[in-house]
Design a protein around this ligand. Structure first.
Ligand SMILES: Nc1ncnc2c1ncn2[C@@H]1O[C@H](COP(=O)(O)OP(=O)(O)O)[C@@H](O)[C@H]1O
Ligand SMILES: Nc1ncnc2c1ncn2[C@H]1C[C@H](O)[C@@H](COP(=O)(O)OP(=O)(O)O)O1
Ligand SMILES: [Mg+2]
Length: 182
């Protein structure tokens, strides 16, 4: 699943997991868990995320790979949230893990994303949900992550979902895209 910060990826992933039982892996959640562990690596990651930048490719790909392997014997399939965030990440994923079958592109306007993130920041406790970091995350999204969508469009696996609608209406579209796989 791809989309800008605050587009609603996490919200939709939760609903997909409830309905379809896929294994949900969120690169952001994996990174925040490492930060919460208090490890030296976590401290370095925290500093990068607080600036709204991307953490090194190898770090995040290794985390995703390890999490996939840990669930391999029970998984009905994987739903990955927040990866790839740059074309290089997509290329490395295919080399080391495999090709995805669907890219759900959760699309919202930048104003919508900013207002959702500012609201989420009131309660999330996330170090990156503040005005300055949100602006940097959005800039980086348009620069580094949007090209990922074009990369997969070339392979015909992108389904664009309008995320300006209410959560359940967005989910109806997400469900249609997943059902079309079967
Ligand atoms: N369709 C929607 N309409 C209104 N608010 C939404 C919608 N989807 C998500 N939100 C809210 O917007 C914020 C960001 O959503 P989230 O799922 O965390 O996005 P992401 O994981 O893409 O950053 C959350 O506070 C969430 O409750
Ligand atoms: N695939 C990836 N590559 C590099 N950095 C990543 C990454 N996924 C997450 N991060 C880092 C940078 C992001 O700004 C931060 C938070 O990610 P996230 O939780 O997926 O954000 P959001 O759900 O708000 O879009 O973690
Ligand atoms: Mg999220």
């Amino acid at each position: 699943m791809a989309g800008g910060p605050g587009s609603g990826k996490g919200t939709q992933c939760e609903k997909v997991v409830a309905k379809y039982g896929y294994t949900h892996l969120s690169s952001g959640d994996l990174l925040r868990a490492e930060v919460a562990s208090g490890s030296e690596r976590g401290k370095q990651l925290q500093a990068i995320m607080q600036k709204g930048e991307l953490v090194p490719l190898d770090t995040v790909l290794d985390m995703i790979k390890d999490a996939m392997i840990a669930k391999a014997d029970v998984s009905k399939g994987y739903l990955i949230d927040g990866y790839p965030r740059e074309v290089k990440q997509g290329e490395e994923f295919e080399k080391k893990i495999g090709a995805p079958s669907l890219l759900l592109y959760i699309d919202a306007k930048s104003e919508t994303m900013v207002s959702r993130l500012m609201k989420r920041g009131e309660t999330s406790g996330r170090a990156d949900d503040n005005e300055e970091t949100i602006k940097k995350r959005l800039d980086l999204y348009y620069k580094a992550t949007e090209p990922v969508i074009a990369f997969y469009e070339g392979r015909g696996i992108v389904r664009k979902i309008n995320s300006e609608l209410a959560v359940d209406d967005v989910f109806a579209e997400v469900s249609k895209a997943i059902d079309a796989l079967k």
